[in-house]
Design a binder for this molecule. Structure first.
Ligand code: SAM
Ligand code: SF4
Length: 317
């Protein structure tokens, strides 16, 4: 479906849970989320009906996310159901990777073709600090498991944080020489939970180009990253700059939260509830949400927080 600004909406980010086994400092509060009532969350049947409605409106790609999607008990049957939905051509997942050693193969067999793994540092102590409880070793084992499970593509997502990992840009980039992975640096977004980060933490992705002058420009695909490659590397380096240079003009996505709200824009508090609706009702809400997509989100900076109205783990980053 085409939205009010001529953008073709083809991509749904489906959050299957708000819960997570980590507590990244820029994403969620230390004490976790206040667990909502089970009956307020979408059931698997409702998620799959929503995906079917989305496909009817032209969605072809679904990214399963959260919270941490792999802590969801029925994650395999959700992914299988999404992959079998008529019109859905691609099912991807975004994960912190820690549960991939057990789940990488079953997810691949369930029809997931691409996996993005979040990794902000290669230093075990810094990993434990930024995730408040995670183990770097588990995350690295997760990357290994994904690489051995036959995915079409494995990507690593690194949130670039001034004073935390800007000194690791060359080491993180080296992963693209060592493994057949794309690594994407993503600017830290000023969400409600990132308010403890000072202005120095919000650094533009252009810093990566200054730190890695040898980067060669790669042809662009239809994603949001600007693409480069280290000479001779197996994978590409992507720069995703939602803060310093937003990509609203080509935004092709909508989001569905685990508690059943369609969000036309990550940085707006406008939401279209679908919990408890029948298929026709979901279809109408989804159409309304697409037509309500704003032309652009407001300013984002250390001083002006996102208007998302929720933590990232409650949206589905
Ligand atoms: N738990 C999974 C994971 O960490 O990959 C999926 C959900 S997480 C919310 C999705 C992505 O959002 C992660 O790559 C995470 O680093 C990113 N993210 C969360 N909060 C962010 C923020 N304030 N700015 C930029 N990226 C953020
Ligand atoms: Fe969990 Fe992912 Fe948020 Fe980290 S970024 S707290 S792993 S949902």
């Amino acid at each position: 479906m085409i939205d009010a600004y001529g953008r073709k909406i083809t991509y749904l980010r489906l959050s299957v849970t708000e819960l997570c086994n980590l507590r990244c400092r820029y994403c969620m509060p230390e004490d976790g989320v206040c667990k909502k009532r089970h009956e307020d969350m979408l059931t698997q049947e409702e998620m799959l009906a929503a995906v079917k409605a989305a496909a009817e409106l032209g969605i072809t790609k679904v990214r399963v996310t959260g919270g941490e999607p792999l802590v969801k008990r029925d994650i395999l049957s959700i992914c299988r159901g999404v992959a079998r939905t008529e019109g859905i051509e691609e099912v991807c997942i975004t994960t912190n990777g820690t549960l991939l050693p057990e789940l990488a193969r079953p997810l691949r067999e369930a029809g997931v073709s691409r996996v993005n793994i979040s990794l902000d540092t290669l230093d075990a102590q810094k990993y434990a600090y930024i995730t408040r409880r995670g183990s770097l070793e588990e995350a690295l084992r997760g990357i290994d498991a994904a690489l051995n499970a036959g995915y079409d593509k494995v990507k690593i997502n690194t949130v670039l944080i001034g004073g935390f990992n800007d000194d690791e840009i060359p080491a993180l980039a080296e992963l693209t020489r060592k493994y057949p992975v794309d690594l994407r640096f993503i600017e830290l977004m000023p969400m409600v939970d990132s308010k403890d980060f000072g202005p120095e933490a919000f650094i533009p992705c252009d810093l990566v180009r200054r730190k890695l002058p040898e980067l060669e420009t790669e042809p662009q695909d239809n994603g949001v990253a600007r693409l480069y490659r280290l000479p001779g590397a197996q994978g590409r380096i992507g720069l995703i700059s939602p803060v310093s240079s937003h990509f609203c003009g080509t935004c092709n996505r909508i989001r569905l939260t685990a508690d059943g709200k369609i969000k036309p824009c990550l940085h707006s508090d406008q939401e279209f509830p679908i919990k408890g609706l029948d298929y026709q009702g979901m279809l109408e809400q989804m159409r309304a949400a697409i037509l309500a997509k704003p032309a652009c989100h407001g300013e984002l900076s250390a001083q002006s927080l996102s208007h998302a109205g929720r933590s990232m783990n409650q949206i589905g980053g």
